[in-house]
Design a protein around this ligand. Sequence first.
Ligand code: PAF
Length: 287
Amino acid sequence: MSFQEANIVRSREALQSQIAVARRKGQRIGFVPTMGALHDGHISLVRRASEKADFVVASIFVNPTQFAPGEDLDRYPRDEEGDVARLSQAGCHLVYCPGVEEMYPEGSVTNVRVEEMSDLLDGIYRPHFFYGVATVVARLFIHVQPDVAVFGEKDYQQLQIIKRMVRDLGFGIEIVGGKTWRDEDGLAQSSRNAYLSEEERQRANAMFAALHRAAARIRIGVPVAEAIKEARSFILAAGFSRLDYVNAVDPASLQDLPDGPLAEDQACRLLAAAWMGSTRLIDNLGV
Ligand code: PAF
């Protein structure tokens, strides 16, 4: 199949002049921010953006402010050429690959903090993380000024925090969640899966299996705390070396649900994070 190679721009000025051309044609702008190392999940977000907009922009920027010292910033997988080819094939029109100085001009001290939601769940284990994400996404939104932006549900807490930021700051951007892409055995696709050894990869789907089972148990009326306890044991027994959390939360506020059988009108999302060797994996599932 032939496809049009997306243009690559590295400066905010070049980005905005190309977007202005699309705007003059009356086109709606869709945006998919990424850190590259793209897999099918990212590609599905681009396709979702194409359904919602006429001109699709993706960004590739490995954002240093969402990594703490000692995390995997230096070894984060990078393949710009391959990523741009995949984005083009998926129907992306423009790829924004800014350098650090474009996103964080020298002397820049302004950050965005979405309080409360950023300090729960993953925020407990990676206290810097959502502040770095909110800051870079706000800056990217200001550069791109899209009508609609698509984020994967795989990073469920991130998606809720961005929705909240957009609401609180009045960005006027529609935020759309794209479904999680899974390998055949259920493992959620993630750029970090590349770190898993073959043997770790075989066992890594246990986190999804545990969430799936817990969701089924909660649905038949098993008390939330009991279903969560079972999921924790299952994950550890499957060979995850450390479990950060498995929680049942309200899908919008991310606050823990009370124990007991789930009330009929209460929506529930299960979120988990655990370590397979030196690789930290996260996943989530609606009940
Ligand atoms: O989900 C990601 O890849 C990143 O957190 C994002 C949203 C591109 C911000 O750097």
